[in-house]
Design a protein around this ligand. Sequence first.
Ligand SMILES: C[S@@+](CC[C@H](N)C(=O)[O-])C[C@H]1O[C@@H](n2cnc3c(N)ncnc32)[C@H](O)[C@@H]1O
Length: 279
Amino acid sequence: MEKIRPEEFRQLADYVADITGIAFDQSKSFLIESRLGPLAAELGCANYQEFYSKIKSNRHPRLVNQVIDAITVNETYFFRDQTPFNLLRHKIIPDKIDQKSAGASKLGNDLNIWSAACSTGQEVYSIAILLRELLGDVFKWRIRILGTDVSEAAVMAASRGRYNQAEIERGLTAIQRQKYFKQTGESWQVTDEIRAMVSFRQLNLLKPFKGLSTFDIILCRNVAVYFDKENRKLVFDRIANQLSANGALLIGSTESLFGISDRFQRREYLNSVFYEKQY
Ligand SMILES: C[S@@+](CC[C@H](N)C(=O)[O-])C[C@H]1O[C@@H](n2cnc3c(N)ncnc32)[C@H](O)[C@@H]1O
């Protein structure tokens, strides 16, 4: 493969921004090369212009998904950063339950949660495990935890719910591993009880959200950091539309909504931050 030329970089970076919202400036051209180079070589392309022409030709229907899978950073692990899960356990979910129990007839006993860039599913299963631990008899509640991601490969892995030894050891206690997963050979399969609480689908945060209901709680963590400011504004505005009144939003520990959206009220609890929908 020839080295990427500046005009090829621009073309591919614009294309990637268009399909994922992930913004690369010229200083990151090595990232485009290291992530897309192997795919281009696999397709027998001599240079990136040829690769781009192949993508645009529509003769390779799987190629768009392969580009997305190669570009996205899927780093995640169970109970990542702990703080948001402590907030869910000690503040957000108990508050939601109180609200719903108080207005039982109106609000019902359903609890809808959305993990809006769920990668390979660890965030989603962590929420399911937390709810199982917190609520005991989860069947009294109609719990729906939806995980979505732009990467088809990530969504498929999440849906499978099977993790290798290194993945299962990141963030779970030995008791949680034994209780909520079944070891089969080298891998650990999430139990049917936990799997039944969750569902997954492919969804691009930059495209209109079709067929989504409203949620009591949304997690959109460690994804908007890859977007430019305009796209961040767009995504969090759309997310506000999907939250029910007073719904809670959790973002990544290094992220902020300052200058991005005024539709949320910043809340602090036990030195941790979450956001509540204002309007
Ligand atoms: C670093 S992971 C974060 C996973 C999880 N939320 C966490 O914090 O552990 C970022 C995820 O965002 C996804 N992503 C990137 N661009 C996206 C987009 N436009 N729409 C939806 N998901 C996107 C990637 O595929 C990746 O799985």
